[in-house]
Design a protein around this ligand. Structure first.
Ligand SMILES: Cc1cc2nc3c(=O)[nH]c(=O)nc-3n(C[C@H](O)[C@H](O)[C@H](O)COP(=O)(O)OP(=O)(O)OC[C@H]3O[C@@H](n4cnc5c(N)ncnc54)[C@H](O)[C@@H]3O)c2cc1C
Length: 477
């Protein structure tokens, strides 16, 4: 091991604290500690060249594009993110209004929305509303089983499916409508997977599901970008607290470590970085993502964590939430439309055998959130591509004869932080011109704009690890 980095050495005496990870959790911890006079010697070791982690606002398109987190859920006084954002003056008037803070959404926010089926037609809003009422009443029912000794099903997914089967017995419509109802419910399952960060609701235990607290307040966004919050927290920290490009390899703890520059002093913790740099400390706060901990559990802590902590890391599941940004030359949505729900025909939450994700991952896309137009400039195309460029070969049919081309998909790669290797692995999953394959077709017309798809696809993350290798800071899960 090399001797400690000079920049980690803090002058004077007092406990040294290291925070590993400079996402909002690490920055928040650092801010709290800095306010405390007992912790003057603080460093945040961040693997990448930037702070914020999964909060990242891209501003180079002439508007704000949230690559990671987008919403403050339940923006009201009990929400610390809301409080900080309000304190820093980062929220708009509507979000700050008392009226907005008092709205009880029950966690089911309905944006002005339109639903399209994969066959190309729009879906009756009444049918969508009926299925949403059914689905969310069932979700609300799950609270009844909070801490119950026995539950009617082990998982939320199995409970919902059981109840839906019972409701179906009372459906009197023709077969086609029944199938459409199931396809709409399938979309709502996908939305819930996104909200719960899971690949399947069958993986989410029913008994503790009601522990999730829904705060009042209609979800709001940051007009200037979510990253304004992490930027402000970082700016509040004393100079030199942040240490960038310092991926931590192993945390040696419960030891007795010395530092050449402080003879006679011992530290119980030594944080060893990938580049060989070592940081002795009295305390360490670890805020790296769960996915990273799962992958590196065997080597990240030395000695290994106590069994119950290691088991918790192994047993807590997580899914993948990614975003794909699509740019259309001509919007096909109405000007007041904020959300486009995608209903995949002939899908059903009751299907036992799910298709292989590699073949059907796009059916887990839940919809588009419409972003404002950033003028007539094309955002995703014509930008310099980093890394290996995969030539456009993909065409997805768009409404009104518009086309979404492979170069837009390369835009996905760049803006989602996916590696070139991953993007070239994804591209072949779309058909080339004239080939059969997944086709999205929609009705409509409009002007220039940008759409987002929110994706929850475990396949994408496993591709990421297979093709690109999981690297700290790359994992957006
Ligand atoms: C696409 C997407 C959309 C989301 N939308 C929302 C939303 O609308 N609203 C909402 O509330 N939440 C949303 N979230 C979730 C939210 O972004 C995260 O919960 C939150 O940002 C996590 O913060 P964190 O500090 O715990 O982790 P992270 O932000 O992941 O920070 C961890 C940091 O640790 C660093 N790191 C990793 N390994 C090492 C290492 N070995 N050494 C040193 N540093 C390391 C990483 O580089 C990173 O900077 C979304 C997430 C995603 C991915």
């Amino acid at each position: 091991m090399q001797s400690s980095d000079r920049q980690a050495e803090a002058p004077g005496r007092g406990p040294r604290v290291l925070v590993v990870g400079g996402g909002i959790a690490g920055l928040g911890a650092a801010q709290r500690l800095c306010c405390h006079p007992a912790f003057p010697h603080l460093r945040v070791l961040e693997a990448t060249a930037r702070a914020g982690g999964r909060i990242r606002s891209e501003r180079s398109f002439g508007g704000v594009v949230e690559v990671g987190a987008h919403w403050i859920h339940g923006p009201s006084q009990g929400n610390p993110v809301f409080q900080l954002a309000a304190k820093y003056g980062l929220l708009g008037e509507k979000a700050l209004s008392e009226e907005n803070q008092l709205i009880e959404t029950g966690g089911h926010v309905g944006l002005p929305s339109v639903s399209y089926a994969s066959s190309g037609g729009s879906v009756s809003p009444e049918l969508v509303a009926e299925m949403a009422r059914l689905f969310y009443s069932l979700i609300d029912q799950t609270r009844e089983f909070l801490h119950a000794a026995e539950t009617p099903a082990p998982s939320v997914g199995e409970y919902l499916k059981k109840e839906i089967r019972q409701h179906m017995a009372g459906w009197t419509e023709e077969e086609e409508t029944k199938r459409l109802k199931l396809a709409i419910l399938n979309n709502l399952f996908n939305v819930e997977c996104c909200v719960s960060g899971t690949h399947s609701m069958d993986l989410v235990a029913l008994a503790p599901f009601g522990e999730y607290t829904v705060l009042p307040g209609l979800d709001c966004t940051f007009p200037g970008g979510y990253q304004g919050l992490t930027d402000r927290i970082m700016a509040s920290l004393p100079k030199d607290v942040m240490v960038f490009n310092k991926p931590v390899k192993t945390i040696h703890w419960d030891g007795c470590f010395e530092e050449a520059s402080a003879p006679g002093e011992t530290f119980p913790v030594l944080v060893e970085c990938e580049d060989g740099g070592c940081f002795p400390a009295h305390h360490v706060v670890v805020t790296v993502p769960l996915g990273f901990l799962k992958e590196r559990l065997d080597t990240f802590f030395e000695p290994p964590l106590p069994t119950e902590k290691a088991e918790a890391i192994r047993k807590i599941g997580f899914g993948t939430n990614n975003k794909i940004f699509l740019e259309f030359e001509e919007p096909f949505w109405q000007p007041d439309c904020q959300h486009i729900q995608v209903v995949w025909r002939d899908t059903s939450p009751l299907e036992d055998a799910a298709p292989k994700l590699q073949d059907a991952w796009f059916k887990k896309l839940v919809g588009f959130w419409v972003l404002p137009s950033f003028g007539s400039r094309s955002c995703l195309q014509g930008k310099p591509h980093t890394g290996r460029f995969t030539p456009p070969r993909t065409e997805l049919c768009c409404p009104a004869g518009g086309r979404l081309t492979g170069s837009s998909l390369c835009g996905i790669r760049r803006h989602s932080g996916l590696s070139p290797a991953l993007s070239s692995a994804l591209l072949p999953q779309f058909p080339g011109p004239g080939e059969a394959g997944p086709t999205l077709s929609f009705d409509g017309q409009g002007s220039v704009g940008l759409g987002i798809w929110d994706v929850n696809v475990t396949g994408v993350s496993s591709l990421l690890s297979q093709v690109a290798g999981v690297r700290p800071g790359l994992n957006l899960s």
